[in-house]
Design a protein around this ligand. Sequence first.
Ligand SMILES: *Cc1c(COP(=O)(O)O)cnc(C)c1O
Length: 399
Amino acid sequence: MTEEQAGGAGRALHPDTRAVRGGRGASHPALAPVVWASSTFVSASVDEAQAAATSIGNDRFYSRYGNPTVTDFEQAVADLEGAEAARAFGSGMGAVTAVILGLCSQGDHVVAARHLYAGTQLVLQAVCPRFGIDVTFVDGTDPGAFAAAVRPGKTMLVWAETPANPRLDLVDLDAVGAIAGPMTVVDSTFATPLGQRPLDHGVDIVVHSATKAMAGHNDATLGVVAASAELITWLTGFAVLQGATASPYDAANGLRGLRTLPVRFARQSATALELARWLEEDGRVTEVRHPGLESHPQHELARRQMRELGGLVCFDLPGGIDAGRRFVEAVELAQLASSLGGPETLVTHPASTTHVNLLPEELAAVGIGPGTIRVSVGLEHPEDLRADLDRALGAATGS
Ligand SMILES: *Cc1c(COP(=O)(O)O)cnc(C)c1O
């Protein structure tokens, strides 16, 4: 920890302050992030070029290896996650595939939660077997399920996502962190570093799609992994060859997003809980889900391991597919789009869009019903959002 991060006199700074102050080394003395657009850098001598080419993650050699703007974003994320180091990627999926394919080899075994981001789930289910990597899917809400599926000497990775898409099921971070042997990974995208810190629970690796709330303005496609310096060095060696490199423009937008993440995330979490409470009372929908609702089956766990509970709300419309379609077309303030964590409130109806090719029983297995709606609550005034959802519920349910 530098003197700056420690806030002087050894006093640890609050996460909100660290989000504002972190990742400024390469931009100093500019206050806003400087975009180092250069794809390559001039060396003063052969010895210097050779040292750069053979060091890991050098950010003054060639931008696929490292880039100063990207380094600043990585350092800001490492600081927020309480990690020794971080590596940014060109997308969340770039980060996900680097961790899985960079750490697993033919003959290795992975234990993963069943409730995962669809892209991650497809990599584990369809790509891993092609490389001889065996995957066992377990119920992530059962704290003992991961450990029970570990094959000693064979399991290389344990993969969890919490809160998980779309029903906001949680994974017990202490239970995952306590697993000995394999490396443990948590996709913490829905929580952001402000909502929870998996590494504090003994988890080895935290993964984010920074495309979502971290960059936070729907103008960057960006991923990041935070872990020990040793693991990040290894992953960087793979990432340089994988080529899912973070753009300096996106990294600058990532840094810009981190500066305001604490206030954005707190506001979205508060509005989401307010809307969830109203929906639960309303009676036109069933099974409202938000980790802050007392009715969430893991509400106590959420209170224990999360600092902020997030801006996503999920609920079911009793009228099935048709009601779901009517709802997402009837909203006027909220918009139909697949992402989350930005300023604009977005709605998705998985059964008619992202998951349209699944059979009813396959939908049920991933927690999606025909009338399931996911709302990513933005920064609009809560009363305006409530009025919009109220009107759309009327159109969808005829009441
Ligand atoms: C969006 C998302 C990803 C993938 O990130 P991209 O930036 O879209 O590649 C991975 N995990 C979760 C939980 C996500 O929401």
